[in-house]
Write a protein that binds this ligand. Structure first.
Ligand code: PMP
Length: 414
């Protein structure tokens, strides 16, 4: 397969939107396969940032003057665009945060510290990212609640039978990664939501690796909270979103106090602003928020089903090519339709960091490490893994370059 052979997307055209993909190192064009960490940014998203700074830079919410009004409208409407992207009912259900991590912490501080106590349980999965795992582990410690983990099977799936046993009337919250950033597994979030709700527990979906590359509808998933990051979906860093069911967010205490999040303040008391501003204290990331919405429109214009299909094809191709190595261990489900666009693996006898370094000599950018899933790596019995992750601009030719680099690494370490 070459560039034009992907039926789902006109990748050649799409690549023109991303100038960084033209970078060369020692005469070799960069092959960017580190998209699960951060995706590249298309011109129109960068332009949305410069347009804000060149044409209507001002603080939001509080200004009567024209520039502030323009900035306020753009920033506020960005919430509507992000709400639309994931099927939320509107800006009231869409809080802008710094990233997925902050969204998890917002709920942990605001809901968890107030609602959890001794005897309560939080159920996580063994494949949680530290953003969720550490946050709920520490919140449980502070409140006296217990944490339980839904096991991952040898095939890289969640053990749903075990989940049904672990989630009980003591469970107050289930937090589950929608698409695993280490295994690639697409988890049955809607099914987990059903189980959680049968026991009157809430469910938090970590959508950091899902929203960028597949249609997501929080109402269809029936989740109570859902989080994702702009920088993993062709948007800027410093911005992400927390979806929360409106009636739950209404009942929650603010997470940060200060300007903009209040309605009325006296020396003795304060009352809170409407949603979502109640959770957005201080001057927000205005340019990033506006550009986040531009990124959402960009991926929506390309078509999230097209992106998903394209990633599935790339993943299938990568799995096939890597399967030809008898000394590579691949983690996660074998069926590309059951996983997101990333492949975690180890080459026998070569540390993942050495692998990433040799691939870097080939201008191939991958990630090596524990990918913020240390307990999962402990369970897999490895300290680190290599991870190639794809996005809408990647091609099978680039996967061939990855494979050439791997062959080189094997020769060097043989
Ligand atoms: N969850 C998952 C599944 C992730 O892949 C990541 C990023 N690696 C995060 C959470 C945290 O995202 P951020 O660093 O943007 O907060």
């Amino acid at each position: 397969m070459g560039l034009q052979e992907s039926e789902a997307l006109d990748v050649e055209r799409i690549r023109e939107d991303f100038p960084v993909l033209q970078r060369e190192f020692d005469g070799q064009q960069v092959v960017y396969l580190d998209n699960a960490a951060t995706t590249q940014t298309p011109k129109r998203v960068v332009e949305a940032i410069s347009e804000y700074y060149y044409e209507y830079n001002a603080n939001v919410h509080r200004g009567i003057h024209q520039l502030s009004q323009e900035a306020s409208i753009a920033y506020e409407e960005a919430h509507d665009t992000i709400a639309d992207l994931v099927g939320a009912d509107g800006r009231e259900e869409t809080v802008f945060t710094k990233n997925t991590t902050e969204a998890e912490n917002l709920v942990a501080y605001s809901w968890g510290l107030n609602e959890l106590g001794p005897g309560d349980e939080v159920v996580l999965t063994e494949m949680e990212h530290h953003a969720s795992l550490v946050t709920w582990q520490q919140t449980a410690k502070k409140t006296g609640a217990d944490v339980k983990y839904v096991p991952v099977t040898d095939e890289g799936h969640l053990d749903m039978e075990a989940a049904k046993e672990l989630i009980t009337d003591d469970t107050k919250l289930v937090s589950a990664v929608h698409v695993s950033n280490s295994l690639g597994t697409v988890n049955p979030l809607a099914e987990l939501a059903d189980v959680a709700h049968d026991h009157d527990a809430l469910i938090f979906g970590d959508g950091a690796q899902a929203v960028p590359n597949r249609p997501v509808d929080v109402k269809d998933l029936d989740v109570d909270f859902y989080a994702f990051s702009g920088h993993k979906m062709a948007g800027p860093t410093g911005i992400g979103a927390l979806y929360g069911r409106e009636e739950i967010l209404e009942d929650m205490e603010p997470y940060l106090y200060g300007g903009d999040m209040i309605r009325k303040v006296t020396y003795e008391e304060s009352t809170w602003n409407d949603l979502p501003w109640k959770f957005e204290a201080g001057t927000p990331s205005i340019a990033q928020g506006i550009a986040f919405a531009e990124a959402a429109e960009y991926i929506d214009d390309v078509g999230l089903d097209n992106i998903r299909r394209h990633e599935e094809r790339l993943t299938e191709y990568a799995l096939d090519r890597l399967a030809a190595f008898d000394d590579i261990e691949i983690y996660g489900p074998t069926d590309p339709t059951e996983r997101g666009g990333l492949v975690g693996f180890n080459l026998d006898g070569v540390h993942a960091h050495d692998l990433a370094s040799i691939l870097n000599d080939h201008a191939v950018a991958i990630r090596a490490g524990d990918h913020c899933t240390q307990p999962l790596h402990d369970k897999l019995g490895v300290a680190a893994s290599a991870r190639a992750s794809f996005y809408l601009y990647n091609t099978t030719d680039e996967i061939d370059k990855l494979v050439e680099g791997l062959e080189d690494a094997r020769d060097i370490f043989a």
